[in-house]
Design a protein around this ligand. Structure first.
Ligand SMILES: NC(=O)C1=CN([C@@H]2O[C@H](COP(=O)(O)OP(=O)(O)OC[C@H]3O[C@@H](n4cnc5c(N)ncnc54)[C@H](OP(=O)(O)O)[C@@H]3O)[C@@H](O)[C@H]2O)C=CC1
Ligand SMILES: O=C1O[C@H](COP(=O)(O)O)[C@@H](O)[C@H](O)[C@H]1O
Length: 510
């Protein structure tokens, strides 16, 4: 196991939603699990005028996100955690002289013995990332003289290929690539990491993991919520930038990649980049028209509750055409995947929250039991990322009795049955990895750029193409009606239920 050295975590944007909702609970769980080093402090930074005590009150004692964790916890234990948190007010502007900040860091470091190992977590609006990096560098706070310096950068990582490159170039002025940790919280999910283990720690799946046996790959990411309080951000982003460019293409890269030489960060990330680069980029309007669908949710009654349409959400332009649903069909141009279609969709206001990868295997070449009930029903491997995390294999079994009636059966595995030990949340996992200097689950510059290379022409077509439509779909439904037209032949999207074993039952029309 890697060692967690003494260090200080500095969070820029500490008065924000992400800090309270994800970062502090993750650090609390690391504290509870005794994963933090002996000498450790968190220094929160933003423009709000808060004292150390105000900050502790806000993100620990009064926090709705720690309520469950604190319930019944020993007061001294909670105080021990809260006392690790400090706050520094930067005044009105992140673009200021950081000499005061440097003095505060030095004072805290000598009082707590955290040494010179530093993580800077950027949880501010992205337009501040470069300014913060520069100001840290101006104060020599990035120099790895006595200890390491790492910077964690939140999404969105750019708005397009060009802006992602600009951001990479900007950060590279002040930090070397191995110091930069670009967070993609989907990579912190156990089930996403399990894709690697499923493929490369077993001998039964990998021989089938190619164009000879796989008919198509389907990935669904559905959320039942709408844009919530992030309408202003989302309206400029849309589903393709918000989810597809990062989280979904990361999952695609793990499904597509070749076996890495070994498990270290560079070996795995080299293969992921190759995978992303082999996705065929769609450039002409006809291809883009045929292979991409965008939609936007409309007001509806969902389970007795009247839900707003996207255009009625706070912060959203009432005439917005931003997509809350994106479905893309694409191919991967390499030896393993030639001619295998990939269907990937992501959306808000779907009937349920679910993320899953479905590997649809081909039907047998010669179908002996064609008339026995199982004909054309493909074998499927369903890898459930969330919820009801696990894996399920669908295959045909003989129905007891005379003749050869074939029915579909399940072989399944559920994470919930595996262990009683605490499964780390994505942010816990990723923070701990960064604290230990393991970048395997962080995106490298070339990975992010390769993902944008694929997404950019789609965004451009959606913004400027002639035949582009944003189709409406009622909140609580599975997206625009014509989304099934994307899938060739007799197949349709698998519209999964809340539980892995729920069988929607219409994967193939026959
Ligand atoms: N919230 C989430 O679920 C997720 C967020 N992210 C990303 O994390 C980052 C932070 O998000 P989130 O916490 O939600 O954002 P918030 O808007 O809630 O907070 C961001 C922080 O930056 C400061 N800030 C806000 N606006 C400005 C501004 N114009 N100029 C300077 N400082 C500003 C705020 O504090 P103050 O005004 O006190 O300085 C606050 O501390 C963003 O990049 C976001 O895209 C990524 C994934 C999920
Ligand atoms: O990054 C984001 O992810 C969330 C969904 O994350 P999940 O872990 O709950 O699946 C999404 O709601 C948000 O729009 C997006 O920015």
């Amino acid at each position: 196991m890697n060692k967690t050295e003494n260090q200080m975590l500095v969070i820029f944007g500490a008065s924000g939603d992400l800090t309270a909702r994800k970062l502090i609970p993750a650090i609390f769980n690391l504290y509870k699990g005794k994963h933090l080093p002996k000498n450790f402090v968190v220094l929160g930074i933003s423009r709000s005028n808060l004292s150390d005590e105000d900050f502790r009150q806000r993100v620990v004692y009064d926090s709705q996100y720690l309520k469950d964790e604190l319930n019944g916890a020993n007061d001294a234990f909670v105080k021990g955690f809260a006392d690790m948190l400090y706050y520094e007010d930067l005044g009105d502007n992140y673009d200021t002289d950081y000499s005061g900040l440097r003095a505060r860091i030095e004072k805290l470091s000598s009082a707590h013995g955290t040494g010179s190992n530093m993580i800077y977590y950027l949880s501010t609006p992205p337009n501040l990332y470069e300014i913060i990096a520069k100001n840290l560098s101006d104060q020599d706070l990035t120099r790895e003289e006595n200890g390491w310096k790492r910077i964690i950068v939140e999404k969105p990582f750019g708005y397009s290929l060009e802006t992602a490159k600009e951001l990479n170039d900007a950060l590279h002025k002040y930090f070397e690539e191995p110091q930069i940790y670009r967070i993609d919280h989907y990579l912190g999910k156990e089930t996403v990491q399990n894709l690697l283990v499923t493929r490369f720690a077993n001998s039964i799946f990998e021989p089938l993991w190619n164009r000879n046996y796989i008919h198509h790959v389907e990935i669904t990411n559905a959320e039942s919520v709408g844009v919530e309080k992030r309408g202003g951000y989302y309206d400029k982003s849309g589903a393709l930038r918000d989810m597809f460019q990062n989280h979904l293409l990361q999952i695609v890269s793990l499904v597509v990649m070749e076996p890495p030489i070994g498990p270290n960060a560079e070996e795995i990330r080299n293969e992921k980049v190759k995978a992303l680069k082999s996705i065929r980029i769609m450039r002409d309007e006809e291809t883009l028209y045929k292979n991409t669908i965008r939609g936007q949710y409309l007001a509806a009654d969902v389970n007795g509750e009247q839900v707003k349409g996207y255009r009625e959400e706070d912060g959203v332009d009432p005439e917005s055409t931003t997509e809350t649903y994106a479905a893309i069909k694409f191919f991967v141009d390499n030896w393993r995947w030639a001619d295998v279609p990939f269907y990937v969709r992501t959306a808000k206001r779907m009937p349920t929250k679910v993320t899953e990868v479905v590997i649809h295997f081909k039907t047998p070449h010669h179908q002996i039991f064609k008339d026995a009930g199982f004909a054309n029903k493909d074998n499927k491997l369903i890898i459930r990322v969330q919820p009801d995390e696990g894996m399920l294999m669908k295959f045909g079994v003989k129905v007891p009795g005379q003749g050869f009636k074939v029915e579909r059966a399940n072989l399944d595995f559920y994470y919930s049955s595996l262990t009683d030990t605490h499964v780390m949340t994505a942010y816990e996992r990723l923070l701990l990895d960064a604290m230990q200097g393991d970048a395997t689950l962080y995106a490298r510059a070339d990975e992010v750029e390769a993902a944008w290379e694929f997404v950019d022409p789609i965004l451009d077509y959606w913004a400027n193409g002639k035949e582009v439509r944003t189709y409406g779909y009622s909140a609580g439904m599975w997206g625009p009606q014509n989304a099934d037209d994307l899938i060739e032949g007799l197949y349709m999207w698998r519209n999964p239920g809340k539980n892995l074993a729920d069988d929607p039952g219409f994967c193939v029309i026959n």
